[in-house]
Design a protein around this ligand. Sequence first.
Ligand code: CA
Length: 667
Amino acid sequence: MKRLLLPFILLLAACRPDASVCSPDGHVSLRFSLSEEGRPVYAVDVDGAPFIGESALGLDADGLNLSSGFGLKKIQKSSADEEWTQPWGENKTVRDCHNEMSALLKNAEGVELTLRFRMFDDGFAWRYEYEVPACDTILLDGEKTEFRFAEDADSWSIPGNFDTYELKYRKLRLSDVPDANTPMTMRFDGGLYASVHEAAIYDYPEMILRHTDGCSFVSELAPLDRRSGLKAILPGSFKTPWRTVQIAREAVGLINSSLILNLNEPCALEDVSWIKPAKYIGVWWSLHLGLESWGVGPHHGATTEAAIRYIDFAAANNIQGVLFEGWNDGWIGDGAARDFDFTSPAADFDIEKVTAYSRSKGIEFIVHNETGGNVARYEAELERDLDWDAAHGIHYLKTGYAGGGLYGGKHRHSQFGVQHFQKVVEEAAKRHICVDAHEAIKPTGIRRTWPNFMTRECARGMEWNGWSEGNEPFHHEILPFTRLLGGPMDYTPGIFDIDYSNVAGRNPNLRSWGRHASECRTNTTLCKQIANWVILYSPLQMACDLLGNYEGHPAFQFFRDFDADCDESRALQGEPGEFVAIVRRAADRYFYGATTNECARTLVQPLDFLRPGVEYVARIYADGPDADWISNPESYVITEETVTCSDTLEVVMAAGGGQAISFIPKN
Ligand code: CA
């Protein structure tokens, strides 16, 4: 019996297809094969060592076999090396250099699956492309994409959650992570850095990673709603988002990677001239501090008088936009999914006067639509609301979906949520409106295709410092290596009154989300706030503090000089959760930001990113010698020196501090 079995197994093994593809520089290689049951599997080596061991691929559907019994029909390979440009971004010109391998599979039920793998020098990705004959509706039960990492790592992530990403980051051994949202970033014991995420999500649920055993994870999709296990309703022919793994030898290599954007389709809009980065201020922070209210009343924030003052301040300070929260009837800041109307201004907000005044000053009016998660109502009114915005010359829309999940028990990060956010972006594009979405789905690079989806929240932003124990000092050194790998974040940095002492005792009975400013603070130094305007990339970048805290403040010159429309960016040095330094070029100016966690730190920073042969005035915004995020957070020193690209600076940062530098050509 044993003698008979041996040749039989050899015969099967000989039939198992085995195909591989490498990154352009050859250091990342992926092998694809089929198991004996005809299940697709993959494995990845980096620099010749196992990185991901043999891991299964496939989807599960009700009454359909989408994951096994496959035979190989064809392997196709191609490669590309091209540059493309975008109207805005960390880098306006991006190189896409990759090798592709697609495996076309077919099983006994006639299901055709193309597994498309793409290999870059900075990582790899794949997606599923299914063709199910004679089937118009697939009820998707789940996805079984495995990531069987070959060694343990330190990792940074937030827990997996289908309704919120506004969670605290944690550093855990990879083998101890129970579940994680993506991007999940890792530093393997062998020294390699990597981050798992997804790219180009359309009409499909978002994915979390669920621990299975050892250092292994399996993808888990957000269910459509709280009542059923159903993950998605799909047509017979569909493509999933890309499953992505970015790889770098240095942590900053992850930030400098354009892999997520390269996996997205080219721009869908013919004319993008109306899509412009902007700096902005707004009626916002006073609401979170509990000093003013969203709703009409004695402390209403968004009044006509306040609007005129904000517009004047923007015009006088090289700021392009002003946001007004609480301008309309309905939203009172309580998180309830009540009705609202985004065409009816509050009684003390004269929309005609304010929009005409902002136009006369060349300032963009950023309208706020806070839905409280009532997506059904918002979609029903969406076209009318956006028509109304366009008729008032409004080009920027901030949306909000405060509260738990979405209306009707739908999960925020479900296929339903993904469809909703895409619908808003496409309807907005028709009317030349740019979107800044809060409480949104995760960023997966669709900004390349829909560049009017400019920025979003999707992590704990500044608001948490207004009414909670606040974001921890290391939060800002984790964000660039995790959340921001997916795309821009509207964090809204720029608090100058760090301990809120300037507003002590004001309106003590007002509360936002249960607390008043006097019970809270921001957990950084002032200079770290300035540096975060550079580090926490957003093409719409807000200076969020009260105007009174900026008026006459010497350090506000940095924001006046700053340009949200950058041309190129480079992460220079950093480690997740510890420190980070990034420089951005906008035309002939450079803006540098460095920050540190709760530890004081000095960086040696060569200025070799500056243009050779040019002398620059470096204006340095540094923590004062006595600064400390706990005891003396507002101490700062501004100095100036002339530098060139052959100089090196010592960047001295206090505990919980940072440093920002503007480099302006001398002539
Ligand atoms: Ca939020």
